[in-house]
Each structure stands twice: as structure tokens, then as C-alpha cells.
Design a protein around this ligand. Structure first.
Ligand SMILES: Cc1ncc(COP(=O)(O)OP(=O)(O)O)c(N)n1
Ligand SMILES: Cc1ncsc1CCOP(=O)(O)O
Ligand SMILES: [Mg+2]
Length: 215
């Protein structure tokens, strides 16, 4: 297994609708320039063809940045897009199936909501690169998400996880410092970046909060 560790500190998850006319590709580029370290392409409403076109546009926009792109759910599109990995959840295809599609060189993230989910995934070992935990706080981006779990659940999952963990759900610059204090590897953010009037400034404030810089 030759995958380099992935920097998850400021992890942008795109939302095509929220990004609006500015677009997911321009959002990814502006966010990367302002300190986002990873991008997840997430669009539950897009067809596969639309997802491939969007993904290629995001990859092109990020060229030279070194920021990896991971595809939400649609693992079968990762290679067509030229992405660096995928993110799956408890209701998606399984880790073994995803890893078989991806091969050994691509990143794979898994969503968990509970400590039991971590224990159930433990045998996958190095097939998984990181966990996404959430929603931690109330959020309006994913209507079918579980109820917010609170920071206590994040701390409990962190205490048993053999993988780096990112928190997701209701995270903005103010809450980023709270997440960092738990020992998480990063914050995954949708609406605090996508559709913001100044994407670079919004990302920069999250970056600064993660880095502990007072602004
Ligand atoms: C980083 C990160 N963490 C969690 C999720 C949620 O994944 P999932 O539960 O599979 O829900 P969908 O995003 O697929 O609707 C995520 N996407 N990213
Ligand atoms: C994709 C996802 N998974 C759990 S919550 C969520 C959406 C988080 O969106 P926001 O960052 O706008 O709260
Ligand atoms: Mg999913």
C-alpha cells in the first residue's frame, strides 16, 4: 500500500446547487488557493455523465494545486473522472467492493455515526484511509442525514478509531477550533464555503481557525 497520508485539515465537500452560478470548479479552485487541502465532489442529483463532466472540470480547476479530489458515493466514476479517491457511507456500496473498484492507489473514506460503526469497520484496516463523522451539529445540507450527534460522539469515535477522522455537519470557522481541540484530523465543510459571497475569504477563515490563527 503506497498511498501517502492525505491532508484532511480543511476538506471542502462541494454542493452544485449551493455553489450556484459561481460553480463547483471555481469554488474548488478558490478554496484550494485559500487553504482547502482536499475536495469531495458531492452531487446526489447529478447523472453519472454530469458527474463525470463536473468532476473533470473540478480536476482541471485544481491543476497544479496538489489538492486531491474524492468522489462521493459513485466509486465507479473515480477513474473516468481522474479523481484520487472516493468517499462512501453506511448505506453505500461496501468497503471491499469499493476498494476492488478503486485499486490500491486511490483514497477511500468511510462515514460513521457511532462507535459500533468503527468496530464493524475495523477489519478493513488499510483499505480505509479516513473516517468522516457526522453530522456533529445541526445542518441543512443533507436532508436524509442522521440527527446531529454532538461533539461527545466525535470524541468517543476518535478514542477508538485507528484511522484519521474528519468531522462534518454544521461546521463553520467558529466551530473549527472546537473540532481541532478534539484531536480530529480535519473539518469537512459544505455550506460554510459553497455559495458564500467570497469563497476564498470563507475558506481562509476556516483555515485560520484550524491553524489557530486569530483573525
Ligand atoms: C467527509 C464526509 N463525511 C461524511 C459524509 C457523509 O457520507 P454519507 O453518509 O454516505 O452521505 P452522502 O454524503 O453520501 O449523502 C461525507 N459525504 N463526507
Ligand atoms: C454530507 C453530509 N454528511 C453529514 S452532514 C453533511 C452535510 C454537511 O453540510 P454543512 O457543512 O453545510 O453543514
Ligand atoms: Mg454516501
Amino acid at each position: 500500500m503506497a498511498r501517502a497520508p492525505i491532508d484532511l485539515s480543511v476538506y471542502l465537500v462541494t454542493d452544485t446547487v449551493l455553489c450556484g452560478e459561481f460553480g463547483a470548479a471555481a469554488t474548488a479552485r478558490a478554496a484550494a488557493a485559500a487553504g482547502a487541502t482536499a475536495v469531495q465532489l458531492r452531487d446526489p442529483h447529478a447523472s453519472d455523465d454530469e458527474m463525470v463532466a463536473l468532476g473533470r472540470a473540478v480536476i482541471a480547476a485544481l491543476e497544479g494545486s496538489g489538492v486531491p479530489v474524492l468522489v462521493n458515493d459513485r466509486v465507479h466514476l473515480v477513474h473516468a473522472i481522474g479523481a484520487q479517491g472516493a468517499h462512501i457511507g453506511q448505506s453505500d456500496l461496501g468497503v471491499d467492493e469499493a476498494r476492488a473498484i478503486l485499486g490500491e492507489d486511490s483514497y477511500l473514506g468511510l462515514s460513521v455515526q457511532t462507535v459500533d460503526h468503527v468496530h464493524a469497520a475495523r477489519h478493513h484496516g488499510e483499505s480505509i484511509d479516513y473516517l468522516g463523522i457526522g453530522p456533529i451539529w445541526s445542518q441543512g445540507t443533507k436532508p436524509d442525514a442522521a440527527a446531529p450527534s454532538g461533539i461527545d460522539t466525535l470524541e468517543r469515535v476518535l478514542s477508538v478509531s485507528p484511522w484519521p477522522c474528519v468531522a462534518i455537519g454544521g461546521i463553520d470557522a467558529r466551530r473549527t477550533a472546537t473540532v481541532r481541540a478534539t484531536g480530529a484530523a480535519g473539518v469537512a465543510v459544505v455550506s460554510a464555503i459553497c455559495g458564500q459571497p467570497d469563497v476564498a475569504a470563507a475558506t481562509g477563515s476556516i483555515r485560520a481557525a484550524w491553524d489557530g490563527v486569530r483573525v
